[in-house]
Design a binder for this molecule. Structure first.
Ligand SMILES: *Cc1c(COP(=O)(O)O)cnc(C)c1O
Length: 413
C-alpha cells in the first residue's frame, strides 16, 4: 500500500525504479504538456516522421512496385504479430486493419454465422455506442430473427447467458467508468451455454492485462490508435481463434481475405485463420504511420507494462484522494487494479470546464457527460512525476476556482 501523505519525492523514487525505463525516449513529447488522453490518441513514436517521408518517396519513385518491393501487403499481419503479445495472442492470430467499428461487424456477424441457430446478441447498456450500433443494425437486417439483450453488470451478464444467446459482444473495459470485466469468467460462462464471445479491448490493450488466448475468447477487436499507438485514426485489430475463424466464411468477404490473393479467381475461397478478415486493400499510408510500433511493442515485456500501469494509477488515485477529494473530486474507477482499464475516471464539480482549464495548464484529458473526467494513463510515456504534476495542476484549478472563469464555459469534445 502507498504511504500516507504522498509527496513529489515519493513519485521521484517510483520513477527511479521504472520498469519501462528508457521507453518514453522512443516517443516525441511536448515540453510542459502532460497528455492524459492516451485513450484517444496514443503517443507518437519518434521514427514516424522518417517513416512518413519514406512513404512519400516510395510513392514518387516506386509507384505500383511498392506492392512487391515493400511490405505494404504484409502490414496487417506484421502489425498484428507486433501487438499480439500485449493482448495475449500468438503469431498469426491477429491482423491490423480497418476500424474497430468495421471489425466489430466482421467479428459479431461471423459468430452469428457460426451459431446460426441462435437468435440473441448479449451486450452492455453502457457499451461504447458504435459497438451497439453495429449490433442494432445486424438485428435490423435480420428480418426479425435476431434480438438484443442488454445487461448492466458482469453478474447480470453471467445470469443472462442461456441457450438462446448466439454471441456476447462486450467491452472489456467500460469507456466511462474504466471498470474492467473478467474476460475469462464471462467467456467460460458463455461457452458453458454454447454462446460465443467477442470482446472489444479498446480501453485495455496496451495498458492493462489482456489474455485473449488464456480466456479462450472466440474473437476480439480493438482500437489501434489508443494505447497501441498506431497513430491518428490508425488501423484497428481483429483476433479470432483459429477454429472459429475457419468455421464459416467471413460475412465481409474480399479479395485480400482470399486464400490466393493474386490468383484473381472469380470464386471466393477464404484464407485459413484470421487473414480471411482482411477484406480490401490495406490502408498503406495509415499502416506506414503505424509501422514504428513494429520496433516498440516487441521491446516491451507486457508484465512490466502492467506493473507500471498499476503503479501509476494507484499513485494517481491516492493523490486524487489526498489532494483533491476535499475539493469535491470523487474517484469512480475501481480501486482494485484487477478491475481497472487504461483510464482513471473521477467526478468533479464543473467537469467540462475543469477539463478546459486543464488544457490551458498543460494537462490534456477528456470529459464525458455529465460530470466525469478521464485521465488515460499510457505506461509507455507517463511517469510518476507526471502523475504528481497533473494532480497538482488540477488541485490549483479547483482550489483557485480557475475553472469558473467565463472562458472555460464552452466545453469542447
Ligand atoms: C474508441 C472506441 C471505439 C471507436 O471505434 P472506431 O471504429 O475507431 O471509431 C469503438 N469501441 C470502443 C470500446 C472504443 O473505446
Amino acid at each position: 500500500m502507498l504511504a500516507k501523505s504522498l509527496t513529489l519525492k515519493h513519485a521521484q523514487a517510483l520513477d527511479a525504479a521504472d520498469p519501462l525505463a528508457g521507453i518514453a525516449d522512443l516517443f516525441e513529447s511536448k515540453a510542459g504538456t502532460i497528455f492524459m488522453d492516451a485513450n484517444s490518441i496514443g503517443p507518437m513514436p519518434k521514427t514516424v516522421r522518417r517513416q512518413a517521408e519514406g512513404l512519400l518517396d516510395d510513392w514518387v519513385n516506386l509507384r505500383r512496385r511498392g506492392w512487391s518491393n515493400r511490405d505494404w501487403l504484409d502490414m496487417p499481419s506484421k502489425l498484428g504479430d507486433a501487438i499480439a503479445p500485449v493482448i495475449g495472442a500468438g503469431p498469426g492470430d491477429v491482423v491490423v486493419c480497418d476500424s474497430t467499428t468495421i471489425n466489430q461487424f466482421k467479428a459479431v456477424s461471423h459468430c452469428l454465422g457460426v451459431n446460426a441457430g441462435r437468435s440473441v446478441i448479449l451486450s452492455q447498456n453502457g457499451n461504447f455506442p458504435t459497438d451497439v450500433h453495429v449490433l442494432q443494425a445486424l438485428v435490423e437486417a435480420s428480418g426479425g430473427h435476431l434480438s438484443l439483450r442488454f445487461v448492466d453488470s458482469e453478474e447480470e451478464a453471467v445470469a443472462a447467458l442461456d441457450e438462446t444467446v448466439a454471441v456476447a459482444a462486450l467491452s472489456h473495459v467500460d469507456y466511462r467508468s474504466g471498470e474492467r470485466w473478467d474476460m475469462k469468467r464471462v467467456t467460460q460462462a458463455a461457452h458453458a451455454k454454447g454462446a460465443l464471445t467477442v470482446w472489444d479491448t479498446s480501453h485495455s490493450a496496451g495498458a492493462v492485462p489482456v489474455d485473449l488466448k488464456g480466456s479462450r475468447t472466440d474473437m476480439a477487436v480493438g482500437c489501434g490508435y489508443k494505447y497501441l499507438c498506431t497513430g491518428p485514426g490508425g488501423p484497428a485489430y481483429i483476433y479470432a481463434r483459429k477454429d472459429i475463424a475457419d468455421a464459416v466464411w467471413p460475412r465481409l468477404a474480399g479479395w485480400m481475405g482470399h486464400a490466393d490473393v493474386f490468383g484473381f479467381t472469380r470464386d471466393f475461397v477464404p484464407h485459413p485463420g484470421v487473414k480471411r478478415f482482411i477484406a480490401g486493400t490495406p490502408a498503406v499510408a495509415a499502416n506506414e504511420l503505424a509501422k514504428p510500433i513494429l520496433d516498440i511493442w516487441p521491446k516491451i515485456d507486457p508484465k512490466k507494462l502492467w506493473t507500471k500501469h498499476k503503479s501509476l494509477t494507484d499513485l494517481l488515485i491516492a493523490l486524487l484522494d489526498q489532494e483533491c477529494a476535499p475539493l469535491g473530486i470523487e474517484v469512480t474507477s475501481p480501486r482494485d487494479h484487477g478491475r481497472r482499464g487504461g483510464n482513471v475516471s473521477f467526478r468533479s464539480p464543473g467537469a467540462g470546464s475543469v477539463v478546459e482549464a486543464l488544457i490551458d495548464q498543460g494537462v490534456v484529458s477528456s470529459f464525458r457527460k455529465p460530470d466525469a473526467i478521464r485521465f488515460g494513463v499510457s505506461p509507455l510515456v507517463i511517469s510518476h512525476v507526471d502523475i504528481h504534476e497533473a494532480v497538482m495542476r488540477l488541485k490549483r484549478i479547483l482550489a483557485e476556482n480557475i475553472w469558473q472563469e467565463p472562458k472555460y464555459k464552452k466545453v469542447s469534445v
